[in-house]
Design a protein around this ligand. Structure first.
Ligand SMILES: CNc1ncnc2c1ncn2[C@@H]1O[C@H](COP(=O)(O)O)[C@@H](O)[C@H]1O
Ligand SMILES: [Zn+2]
Length: 348
């Protein structure tokens, strides 16, 4: 049963800007997928990290491999994308930027082009069914696949930027941060930026990425994912912090993901505190709500209880996120209006 405090976080209108599609698949939908493909012999504990459990980041990436086996056709993608959008809406998310890595699967005839088209179809269907949420899409580049694939993905993203009626708005760089170096992906990212795609880059998710972040911050990205090891206290540098602050680049912060993936030792030590205290643009996100068994309401509640935020401060945090979206101005204005309408009702 929801307590009154739980209710506040659930009712709070929210903006989700960092959600990987296949990491966001809920327990219930995962169950359906597992039953559909019994020959894979996949058990539920292979696809989710529950309360109190932790994994190394490396183990988290093994989990994605398992999920990718379960989601490998147009039919799967349509189902999963629609369900994820509906779940975010049910959690009070009013604006969602979903991201996903287009995949090709020969056995099912899936192509990267169809992959993206299917996600866009799911977004279209949700809109038609009047699900109360505005959804945009970021095409993801998996760093593990190297510069040629990155360039191909950028070209694909560029086509959709022009043809998707404003749904495709940007490019994400993600994947195992211990694999490859950003310098090899720089020209693809530069090209993406030049053609008008917004850039949301995972930066300094692990300590070994200092030089890479130094380089990628010169692009500069429009938003940073995690940025766990940017500041000098954890092995980053003043120069990195200076670049991020001067350019006021919003940081997407995912508390549960970082603690369960063990890049951050505890909630109290999460770098949310470091950036929030400086008044730097921060946005709370889920990363992979399915894998890490969380939702955005929980993330807000967790941040509030860990760092002693008042309901007023929580409200501002969610409202400020509107400004960090890649949505065009009229959509931002519409969201601002929605927040203003709901404020009296929700904030006592
Ligand atoms: C935990 N921290 C993380 N760090 C980096 N990349 C991550 C990630 N969590 C997820 N992904 C990226 O998202 C993919 C799954 O969703 P999609 O198949 O694209 O929808 C993963 O394979 C990885 O590339
Ligand atoms: Zn992520």
């Amino acid at each position: 049963m929801d307590t009154e405090a739980d209710l506040f976080y659930r009712q709070l209108p929210k903006v989700e800007l960092h959600a990987h599609l296949n990491g966001s698949v809920s327990f219930e939908i995962m169950e359906t997928l597992i039953q559909r493909k019994p020959h894979l012999n996949i058990e539920h504990n292979m696809t989710a990290i529950r309360r109190g459990q932790r994994r190394t980041l490396d183990e988290c990436f093994q989990v994605f491999k398992v999920i990718h086996q379960l989601v490998d056709s147009e039919e799967d993608i349509l189902m999963v994308a629609k369900a994820v959008i509906q779940e975010f809406a049910a959690d009070g998310v009013k604006y969602l930027e979903l991201r996903s890595t287009p995949r090709e699967v020969t056995e099912t005839g899936l192509t990267k082009q169809r992959y993206i088209e299917t996600v866009l179809e799911a977004i279209r269907q949700c809109k038609q069914e009047e699900v109360d949420i505005d959804v945009r899409f970021l095409v993801a580049v998996d760093r593990r696949h190297g510069p040629e694939v990155a360039m191909e993905t950028v070209k694909l993203a560029e086509d959709f930027l022009l043809s998707s009626d404003g749904i495709v708005v940007g490019l994400d760089l993600s994947g195992d941060p211990t694999v490859g170096h950003g310098k090899d992906l720089l020209s693809a990212l530069q090209k993406a930026k030049n053609c008008g795609l917004k850039l949301a880059l995972h930066l300094s998710e692990v300590p070994s990425q200092r030089d890479e972040s130094e380089l990628l911050l010169n692009l500069p990205p429009d938003r940073i994912g995690h940025g766990t090891f940017l500041h000098p206290e954890v092995g980053g540098s003043d120069s990195l912090v200076e670049k991020v602050c001067r350019q006021k680049i919003p940081i997407e912060l995912c508390l549960t993901s970082n603690v369960k993936g063990q890049t951050v030792p505890s909630y109290e030590k999460h770098h949310f505190q470091y950036w929030y205290k400086r008044g730097h643009p921060c946005v709370l996100c889920t990363d992979d709500k399915g894998v890490f068994c969380t939702d955005l309401s929980q993330e807000y509640q967790l941040a509030a209880s860990t760092f002693g935020l008042t309901q007023e401060a929580v409200w501002s945090l969610s409202q400020q996120a509107i400004g960090y979206t890649f949505a065009p101005e009229p959509i931002k204005n519409r969201l601002e209006k929605k927040w203003a309408e709901l404020k009296q009702q929700i904030l006592q």
